[in-house]
Design a protein around this ligand. Structure first.
Ligand code: CAA
Length: 405
């Protein structure tokens, strides 16, 4: 049934819950501190830490790309759950490495997934991760014995010295979607909004995105209203029905702007900043440390919330807002499954973030300007610190990946 404002309500009360059974996140082992960037660009560091709410940005070395980031995110999850009954791999990205072959197929090979598997790549800027997750839920509702692997992986790149530069980042999230999930049950009601605009885009001949930064932020916040209204019409719920919120995080300050808007839409005075910090910050810690991970952002935020919130979130409803430039927005919610903590990768995520190597500005710029060889000759990639998978080299315009450990 479709109601006003893109509101959608599905199904019958007897359906088995569907959602995220396991979720794991991976980011490169290298970062640039935004204090370092501020020094070189002559910016006040507080503009980055406070003004946009970012501390570090993850930098992928030349032997990491969206395929290895995604495979590295999925490896621990599959080690725990096995590969049986995975009938789909849905790969969401806006940093594609091939205009024809789906990155899902490279991952399918690296991860040893069954041949009876539908592998595709999805694109709609940062919204694609949500599109993939929602499609996965539909597949599982129709085939409850099947599991779907959703991979969201991106490398956020803007021109050097541009306003977008301090919001760069890289990372991937892997989610196993199943019936009777152990971590996050996704509720069917949602509201969404589509509009043909040019706020952020990347023509096929460019490796860096182009962006109308302020306009994109305004559109993010105005489409939040349509998506929220649609969700309210579909669910009959209000703000008080939500214990926590995860927002798409191109920079973490936007979570506070978005929450403030939700309060205003509802005619409620936003709580004091201290209270907002307690409510919203756990869902921003990881993103503060990695920068924008585009399609993976919202689910990195969910990982951050589940891993770091001190309070037991069992049975709590979490509101989820997804925005992809161009533009597509969706608001939906899910419930945290009791006992979820036993199924998280919180210790692994903490270790990964703590053990990263800091780059100097010169090292960052060297990596930034290193272009992947385009001559079709044989090239071996020097090994950097990576996860289990790395790009070993190129030959005849083909990427060759390998297990690093
Ligand atoms: N101390 C504290 N705060 C400071 C400060 C200081 N010394 N100096 C500036 N600030 C504050 C400003 O007041 C401003 O705060 P408000 O937004 O609350 O007004 C904030 O820091 C940003 O400063 P500017 O207004 O000067 O903005 P900017 O020119 O640096 O650009 C940006 C900011 C537009 C976000 C830019 O980083 C950008 O273009 N980023 C890429 C695009 C983007 O992330 N868009 C978001 C929506 S689109 C989307 O979500 C899809 C996606 O993933 C890309």
């Amino acid at each position: 049934m479709i109601a006003r404002g893109g509101a959608v309500r599905y199904g019958c009360a007897m359906q088995r819950p569907v959602g995220i059974d396991l979720i794991s996140f991976h980011t490169p082992a290298y970062y640039l501190a935004l204090d370092t960037l501020a020094g070189v660009r002559g910016a006040d560091p507080a503009k980055y830490h406070v003004g946009i709410g970012q501390d570090r940005m993850s930098i992928p070395p030349p032997d990491q790309d969206i395929v290895t980031l995604a495979a590295n995110a999925a490896a621990p999850l599959l080690a725990k759950s096995g590969t049986e009954n995975i009938g789909h791999v849905l790969f969401a990205t806006e940093s594609c490495i091939d205009l024809s072959k789906a990155a899902a197929l490279f991952c399918h090979g690296l991860l040893g997934l069954p041949p009876r598997c539908r592998c595709v790549e999805l694109k709609e800027a940062c919204y694609a991760g949500t599109a993939a997750l929602k499609l996965a839920c539909e597949v599982v509702r129709n085939h409850p014995d099947e599991r779907v692997l959703v991979l969201a992986s991106d490398v956020a790149r803007y021109d050097l010295g541009s306003p977008g530069e301090p919001t760069q980042g890289a990372g991937a999230v892997a989610m196993l979607v199943s019936a009777d999930p152990r971590v996050f049950a996704i509720e069917p009601e949602c509201g969404f909004h589509a509009e043909d605009i040019m706020d952020f885009w990347r023509p096929t001949y460019r490796t860096e995105a182009l962006v109308e930064g302020k306009y994109s932020t305004r559109m993010y916040l105005s489409t939040l209203r349509s998506a929220w209204e649609g969700y309210k019409a579909a669910s009959g719920r209000g703000l008080a029905d939500h214990a926590r919120f995860c927002f798409h995080l191109p920079f973490t300050k936007i979570a506070f702007k978005a929450f403030d808007r939700l309060c205003r839409f509802e005619g409620i005075e936003a709580p004091a900043m201290e209270e907002q910090e307690a409510l919203l910050s756990p869902a921003t810690w990881y993103n503060r440390q990695t920068g924008n991970t585009y399609a993976a952002c919202l689910y990195e935020s969910l990982c951050s919330l589940l891993d770091t919130a001190e309070e037991d979130l069992s049975d709590k409803r979490v509101g989820m807002f997804s925005y992809g430039s161009g533009c597509m927005a969706e608001y939906y919610a899910g419930r945290v499954v009791p006992g979820y903590r036993a199924h998280l990768f919180a210790a692994e995520h903490k270790k990964m973030l703590e053990e990263r190597t800091e780059l100097t500005y010169r090292q960052y710029e060297d990596i930034y300007t290193y272009g992947i060889p385009q001559d079709g000759d044989s090239h071996l990639m020097a090994p950097y610190r990576s996860g289990p998978f790395r790009l070993a080299g190129l030959e005849n315009h083909k990427r060759r990946y390998e297990r690093a450990e």
